[in-house]
Design a protein around this ligand. Structure first.
Ligand code: FES
Length: 209
């Protein structure tokens, strides 16, 4: 795999500078890296580990915990059909069967052209539009078989490119300009907060004794 892009690395370094403990930036950095290929490859995780001074296993341990981070390749569009109770009662399993037939894959698989992956999802909090699904975390409700077919066609043809970016891309517009507050000021305020915390702890200790 290609190394993470220079832009991603620069954004990752900027993210690390925003936290008192740079390790706190791990999840957002994983999202940044995932936006490059749609998933977190072992090479990408190794590069993140190297950047953050972590073991690759620590990155994998975190990434594999979160549903939105994928450590296996997925299609350009991850179709997540909710099969929780409200959707189930409104035909979710029939919709899953239809999706399998339309895409020619089973749940858990990816189409040979790497365009679509299909999975079942727990409640996605869109119950009033059951049965519903997400594509790359974008919502589609009241999905009939026909609506599903239209959705697949629109995605495959690129007609929904603007509304549904490729898997891994969480947002199209990023904050520009980095840290608005001078780093020196941040350091001074953090030091002051640390001092105040220590004073409170010392006062509490003195009260006890
Ligand atoms: S049960 Fe499907 S969105 Fe809540």
């Amino acid at each position: 795999m290609a190394r993470l892009s220079a832009e991603t690395m620069a954004q990752a370094r900027e993210l690390m500078s925003l936290y008192p403990d740079s390790r706190s930036a791990l999840v957002p950095i994983c999202h940044l890296a995932q936006a490059e290929e749609g998933w977190l490859s072992p090479e990408a995780m190794e590069e993140i580990a190297e950047l953050m001074g972590l073991a690759p296993a620590e990155v994998l341990g975190t990434a594999s915990f979160y549903e939105m981070l994928r450590t296996e390749p997925v299609g350009r569009y991850m179709v997540s059909v909710c099969t929780n109770i409200a959707c189930l009662l409104n035909g979710a399993y029939e919709l899953v069967e239809h999706a399998e037939e339309r895409l020619g894959i089973s749940v858990g698989a990816t189409t040979p052209d790497s365009m679509f992956s299909l999975e079942e999802a727990e409640c996605i909090a869109d119950c009033d539009r059951a049965p519903c699904l997400q594509v790359n975390h974008r919502f589609f409700g009241s999905v009939s078989d026909e609506r599903f077919d239209n959705l697949v066609e629109d995605l495959a043809s690129g007609r929904l490119e603007h509304d549904v970016p490729p898997h891994g891309v969480l947002c199209r517009v990023r904050r520009q300009g980095g840290l608005a507050v001078p780093a020196e000021q941040v350091r001074a305020e953090r030091a002051e907060a640390d001092r105040a915390r220590e004073e409170r702890a010392a006062a509490a200790q003195a009260e006890k004794s």
